[in-house]
Ligand binder design. Structure first.
Ligand SMILES: NC(=O)c1ccc[n+]([C@@H]2O[C@H](COP(=O)([O-])OP(=O)(O)OC[C@H]3O[C@@H](n4cnc5c(N)ncnc54)[C@H](O)[C@@H]3O)[C@@H](O)[C@H]2O)c1
Length: 345
């Protein structure tokens, strides 16, 4: 499988590294508006450099394109890639609006190409173990959950590029950072029905939110509260998800959510719980998430299957972020199930 990358900034390096680690994958082309951004990829991997994506996409040898541009540019670039009949590995968030998202999904379907969205945290060892526990219903009926992302992104992070922290091209802590945790909550718990949230821009000089807090009700009755921020002094403090069930309590935590901070399950022996904890502690990160996403994509293409994280998964996470934004702006409860959003009184 021959890969290309569009947008050669910070995250593109993880894609290149992942492609390099996979035996049947080669990075053959890269594209960036700024030529200097591409030197590393040409020198390290021999990738051909293009400043114009249209020109690059004419290359019939390219099978899959990783889109790593600022989030507000994902949709038009994905449409172009799909029209060129190349499969798409899309960085998160899939797009900034549901309308853009539908354009991406439609373009991939119309052109018969596969689409995956990079939510790599799903492949962390502790997350995989949690998913197994939940799929076996070992926690019983879940009453509620808690999700905290209290991190630090200083002003210098936002000042790196003009798109950062803008509402149209990046969003704030929810859209950029906590969307990974919202994706996990959806994966673990199911369909959300209602959202109420508040947000603020407290300490960073940006357009979007640097603090957000909210509650979500899920279709199965579970209530979850979410708090996310990039304002924590002096560095990242915590990323956690806690799930409270009638037969068990589970907390994934740490500065990054990589460890079980609590795992008590009525129907598991102490030795079984210790085995699960040992598996996590032996290799908390697991194979890097970007590599797993790309491996799963190659498998999906070769076996005509759905990729591990689909465009619809990306849309679900985005829809939840947008419901938070809508609730914060309207100061109302948002019913997320309604296709055409109505605001409850
Ligand atoms: N999955 C993750 O964990 C993760 C982590 C970081 C960033 N991201 C996502 O990756 C994307 C990029 O983030 P980043 O931090 O790498 O940004 P960045 O600013 O470091 O890099 C973006 C690059 O895109 C280039 N670019 C802009 N417009 C272009 C165009 N039309 N054609 C070609 N190149 C263009 C820029 O010159 C720049 O080099 C964002 O959507 C972000 O949310 C995901």
């Amino acid at each position: 499988m021959n890969f290309a990358i569009i947008g050669c900034g910070f995250i593109a390096k993880k894609h290149a590294l992942a492609i390099d680690k996979i035996s049947n994958a080669n990075l053959i082309a890269v594209c960036d508006r700024v030529p200097e951004m591409m030197g590393f990829y040409s020198e390290t991997y021999g990738a051909k450099a293009y400043v114009d994506s249209t020109e690059m996409l004419k290359d019939p040898l390219i099978d899959i394109v990783c889109i790593c541009t600022p989030s507000g540019l994902h949709a038009p670039i994905a449409e172009e890639v799909a029209r060129a009949k190349k499969h798409i590995v899309m960085e998160k968030p899939i797009a900034m609006t549901l309308e853009e998202t539908d354009r991406i999904i439609n373009a991939s379907e119309l052109n018969g190409v596969k689409l995956t969205v990079v939510h790599p945290n799903r492949f962390r060892t502790v997350v995989q173990e949690t998913k197994k526990i939940l799929d076996q219903n070992l926690l019983g009926k879940i009453s509620h959950a808690n999700c905290l992302v209290n991190w630090n992104r200083g002003q210098e992070y936002y000042d790196q590029a003009p798109w950062r922290g803008t509402k149209t091209h990046d969003g704030g802590v929810l859209m950029n950072q906590a969307i990974h945790n919202l994706d996990l909550l959806l994966w673990f718990i199911g369909k959300p029905t209602e959202v109420f949230s508040m947000e603020a821009t407290r300490l960073r000089n940006i357009e979007a939110e640097d603090v957000s807090t909210g509650v979500v009700r899920f279709e199965n009755g579970v209530l979850a509260n979410i708090q996310a921020s990039t304002t924590v002094y002096p560095k990242n403090y915590e990323e956690s998800i806690t799930i409270f069930g009638e037969k068990g309590t589970l907390k994934i935590g740490g500065t990054n959510a990589l460890h079980f901070e609590k795992l008590e399950v009525e129907d598991l022996e102490d030795a079984e719980i210790q085995e699960i904890i040992n598996r996590v502690e032996q290799d908390p990160w697991g194979t890097p998430g970007h590599q797993r996403i790309i491996e799963e994509m190659i498998f999906a293409i070769q076996n005509n299957k759905e990729p591990a994280v689909t465009g619809e998964d990306g849309k679900r996470a985005l829809k939840l972020v947008l419901a938070f934004y809508e609730s914060a702006a309207s100061k109302r409860l948002v019913n997320i199930l309604l296709e055409k959003r109505e605001v409850s009184k």
